[in-house]
Design a protein around this ligand. Structure first.
Ligand code: 13P
Ligand code: SF4
Length: 361
């Protein structure tokens, strides 16, 4: 039963409408589960047309969301760009709360809904706007770069935002624009440490952590190498530096996707959230994806059922105080206006050049 409405059933029509999606998810979803997912997918796609809604789905969504109902799928940077240019009346954010806030900041006239208001993020909750005001008092004249994994309140105190796809580029841009040799990059300590290894700009960091990526250890990589000597290991920059040192490539979720699509490795390990591998696999049938698999409990709050209910009940609206949104928009728009980060021709060049420590606030 879909939230009090007539039960949605797996009819031949539903089966035909969702056949192409089934083909993409059939290695990750059982036929029995699909009989429950497919009617919801068909109904969500009908409701989207009726309500002029678009679903922006992050790479960490489960495969039935990612392949079944996502109109735009991608990394944080891609979703932010899409929110800015979408002409839909309603944006459903299949992701976490800071992403929905970013969409609202960039598209203030649109109705932005998140299917579960509790879909948070350990990085976003690690710092407040008041913290950033104190940091600015302590380091006057030093530009503040914040990761998009922050609340609008924090973005409003920021000079420019970045994502894991463009952090080095943004830090170097800020140092040039301000004519300084150091930049505040908050709140992800590990992203900051990893950026510091790829630039000559000195980095001032905050001790925020992603609860998913901080759990990986160098021992995990060593075990993978021993068990699968030929596998290529790709890691997200929210992981500790020792992981990136041991990996073959470091990049955002979109960069990992591009790596697999372009290089077509025989075996690959994605050191990031679990659903990422399932989603990439559909487009790369020749590659074998090997665990480990850490789940983000916040991303996993989003389901087909609550996306359906969001559309039916027009809930849960994400709002941002207009004065805060206007200031946050400057920081996000500055990032969006920079040229897209270059796709590296040789991925191994992306690895750390040198070891430089950060100044931890
Ligand atoms: P990206 O998709 O930008 O790589 O971010 C990963 C992440 O953890 C988002 O919450
Ligand atoms: Fe936040 Fe990490 Fe989850 Fe992304 S994966 S939403 S950074 S806790």
């Amino acid at each position: 039963m879909a939230d009090g409405f007539a039960p949605l059933t797996f009819t031949p029509d539903v089966e035909a409408q969702t056949a192409a999606m089934w083909d993409k998810v059939k290695h990750h979803v059982t036929p029995m589960e699909w009989r429950l997912h497919a009617p919801l997918i068909a109904e969500i796609n009908r409701l989207k047309r009726e309500k002029n809604a678009v679903i922006l789905a992050h790479n960490y969504m489960t495969p039935e969301i990612f392949h079944g109902v996502g109109d735009y799928v991608g990394d944080s940077l891609g979703l932010a760009r899409e929110a800015a240019r979408s002409d839909a009346a309603v944006i459903i954010q299949a992701g976490v709360h800071f992403m929905a806030e970013t969409s609202k900041v960039l598209a203030p006239d649109k109705r932005v809904l998140i299917p579960d208001l509790l879909a948070g993020c350990s990085l976003a909750s690690s710092i407040t706007g008041a913290d950033v005001r104190l940091i600015k008092q302590r380091y006057p004249g030093v530009p503040v770069v914040t990761y998009v994994n922050t609340t609008a309140d924090v973005k409003a105190e920021t000079d420019i935002c970045c994502t894991s796809a463009n952090a080095v580029q943004v830090v170097e841009w800020a140092a040039r624009e301000w004519g300084v040799d150091k930049v505040i990059l908050i709140p992800d300590e590990y992203l900051a440490r990893n950026v510091a290894r790829q630039t000559d700009v000195r980095i001032i960091a905050w001790a925020g952590r992603c609860e998913v990526h901080e759990r990986f250890t160098a021992g995990d990589i060593a075990d993978m190498r021993a068990a699968y000597p030929g596998a290529e290991i790709l890691a997200h920059p929210e992981c500790p530096a020792e992981i990136l040192e041991a990996a073959d490539f470091a990049g955002s979720t979109a960069a990992m996707n591009d790596y697999v699509a372009l290089r077509k490795p025989r075996q690959v390990v994605l050191i990031t959230e679990c659903s990422m591998a399932s989603n990439v696999q559909a487009e790369s049938p020749g590659t074998q994806f090997i665990g480990p698999c850490n789940l983000c409990p916040h991303m996993k709050r989003i389901s087909l059922q609550n996306i359906h209910d969001a559309l039916v009940h027009d809930r849960y609206e994400v709002t941002v105080d207009p004065a805060i949104a206007a200031r946050a928009r400057l920081a996000v728009q500055r990032m969006i206006d920079l040229p897209p980060p270059a796709v590296p021709a040789r991925y191994d060049l992306v690895k750390a050049r040198h070891h430089v420590d950060v100044e931890l606030i």
